[in-house]
Design a protein around this ligand. Structure first.
Ligand SMILES: [Zn+2]
Length: 68
């Protein structure tokens, strides 16, 4: 059992983001690396699109909460 090279674990800078729907101004908190698509509760617009990594935010970013 030799010493093997360490395995790199990707550490994405994840955070929670308060976003506002550009269509109906409904606000909600979403996760920056959401693994599911998130739709607006008010008008059903796609707010967050999952990509498998950092999600695409299709809304106005109001505030970001950095993860500890
Ligand atoms: Zn909306």
């Amino acid at each position: 059992m030799g010493k093997r090279a360490h395995i790199l674990i990707p550490k994405p800078r994840s955070s929670f983001i308060l976003v506002r729907c550009g269509t109906c101004n409904t606000e909600r908190i979403v996760y920056s690396h959401s693994t599911t698509n998130i739709r607006c509760r008010g008008c059903n617009s796609l707010l967050v699109e999952s990509t498998g990594g950092k999600a695409i935010i299709n809304a106005v970013e109001v505030k970001r909460f950095e993860a500890p």
